[in-house]
Design a protein around this ligand. Structure first.
Ligand code: SF4
Length: 217
């Protein structure tokens, strides 16, 4: 996709969506990191439901370690993979206390060395809390980017690399949210709602679908 079209895609999505922000609820950088770890393969809504009560009593790594893995599980048991997530959250909290004076490191390598924190989680954290423009790639960002033709990639990491190269500086900070929200509510996985889409002219997927129909008719 050329530069003008890429700019048009982001500008048009921003016009429709407004000033996008995370849909995860949190109280401070630590609780945000915990929420993002919990959100892997789970909806933001399910995470918010689970953390509503958890974050009334847990605000720091020390609170979490004091709560313990068994009790943590009772708060998050409605979220997928809660057993491994609970283990990771307790372990990362212990490391934060031991190595970082209970603060969250800002360096990408340090972040991704924490249990349960991969590239996506670290990028989401840097973007939201540290204001570092990163385009974290989840299932929505991956799907939308490839459907539109912004990228032609096989993995999330490749997608992030390409998106961060081709996205104009102006949109680097918000691109992640714009693509997620477009994927969550319009460019859905099973049935994209193309009739309501504001970027149909730039969409490679739609163009290919139309070509297929023309050939078969
Ligand atoms: S036209 Fe359809 S497939 Fe293309 S981005 Fe819009 S919703 Fe997604």
């Amino acid at each position: 996709m050329d530069k003008i079209s890429i700019n048009f895609v982001y500008r048009t999505l921003a016009k429709k969506i407004g000033e996008p922000k995370t849909e995860l609820n949190y109280r401070n950088p630590y609780t945000f990191l915990v929420s993002v770890v919990l959100s892997a393969q789970a909806t933001d809504k399910s995470v918010n439901n689970a953390t509503r009560d958890l974050f009334k009593i847990v605000k720091t790594p020390r609170d979490m370690v004091d709560l313990g893995e068994r009790k943590l599980k009772t708060y998050i048991k409605t979220i997928g993979l809660y057993n491994s997530k609970a283990k990771n959250i307790i372990n990362l909290s212990k490391i934060l206390i031991k190595d970082y004076q209970s603060k969250i490191p800002s360096d990408f390598k340090d972040l991704t060395s924490l249990p349960g924190v991969g590239n996506k989680t670290a990028s989401v954290y840097q973007n939201e809390i540290l204001d570092i423009p990163r385009i974290a790639v989840d299932t929505h960002v991956y799907r939308v980017s490839n459907r539109l033709g912004l990228t032609k990639t096989k993995t999330a990491d490749q997608t992030q690399e390409i998106l961060e190269q081709i996205t104009p500086k102006r949109w680097l900070k918000t691109a992640h949210h714009l693509l997620i929200l477009h994927g969550r509510y319009t460019c859905k996985s099973q049935k994209p709602i193309c009739d309501e889409c504001v970027i149909t002219k730039q969409c490679l997927y739609l163009k290919n679908e139309k070509n297929k129909k023309n050939i078969s008719s």
